[in-house]
Design a protein around this ligand. Structure first.
Ligand code: PGA
Length: 268
């Protein structure tokens, strides 16, 4: 399992932006192929983005409803995303949690819905600035994982937990390497407690102000299995820089060695 480079376009993008997806596909074609590239787009673009991605960029949705169908005006089910061509979906992004009052329990039902439809699922968690200031970052993330992750679920390859500190999203502020390592290690430990060995199939991504400039220093941390990128995923020039940084990291470290070291560290 290589690194996962995931983009999140949020509420951005009309049909005239699809050339960006084609340009990302072109970059993916020229890199080593060890890593996975995913772009989560507004539902209106999914079908066309799948075409533009040419099998080199996996396309996902940004949220899904919990039910299969019914009287939920404006909601889009995981089955509908799948039908449109999506292979993955983000659930529990902090903007959904904050702007739509989504609770951990709702996020968990959405994760179940995603797997029911056969989509890989990316579950987002992360502490607020106040929680970090109080020294409660690890406990906040741990509580969110316990309540947002349906532990009995079979997670397909491509599924992930995304650690996105709220104070780092769209702010240009990035935690130190030490802070990222500390939280990722704690998340891995929590996943091991909750799921046992099955947690090895679940990647842990970092998200929040990732750019082409800082991606390599984040991705070379062995506890980081990929990144979730907002702003810098909108332009292929920037996103391709992140894809190339990931490629450089996997070439340098050699994927099998990286995984071994990772397994060793989580077993301690
Ligand atoms: P950002 O957003 O990269 O623009 O900080 C990340 C996210 O919200 O997933």
């Amino acid at each position: 399992m290589g690194l996962l480079i995931a983009g999140n376009w949020k509420m951005n993008g009309l049909g005239d932006r699809l050339g960006e997806v084609s340009a990302v596909a072109e970059c993916a074609r020229t890199t080593s192929g060890h890593n996975d590239v995913l772009i989560c787009v507004p539902s209106t673009l999914i079908t066309r983005a799948v075409e533009a991605g040419a099998g080199l960029v996996v396309i996902g949705g940004e949220d899904c409803g919990a039910g299969v169908s019914g009287a939920f005006t404006g909601d889009i089910s995981a089955e509908m995303l799948k039908d449109a061509g999506a292979s993955a979906v983000i659930v529990g992004h902090s903007e959904r949690r904050r702007n739509h009052n989504e609770t951990d329990a709702m996020v968990a039902t959405k994760a179940v819905a995603a797997r029911r439809a056969g989509l890989a699922v990316i579950i987002c968690i992360g502490e607020t600035q106040a929680q970090r200031d109080e020294g409660a970052a690890l406990s906040a993330c741990s509580a969110q994982i316990a309540a947002s992750l349906p532990v009995d679920l079979e997670f397909s390859e491509g599924s992930a937990i995304a650690y996105e500190p709220l104070w780092a999203i769209g702010t240009g502020r990035v935690p130190t390497a030490g802070e990222i390592v500390e939280v990722h290690q704690s998340i891995r430990q929590r996943l091991t407690d909750l799921m046992g060995d099955r947690n090895h199939g679940l990647r842990i991504l970092y998200g929040g102000s990732v750019t082409a400039e800082n991606a390599e220093s984040i991705l070379e941390l062995p506890q980081v299995d990929g990144v979730l990128v907002g702003g810098a995923s909108l332009r292929s020039h920037d996103f391709n820089g992140i894809i190339r940084a990931a490629d450089a990291v996997t070439r340098h470290s050699g994927d099998p060695l990286r995984r071994l070291r990772h397994a060793y560290e989580t077993d301690r």
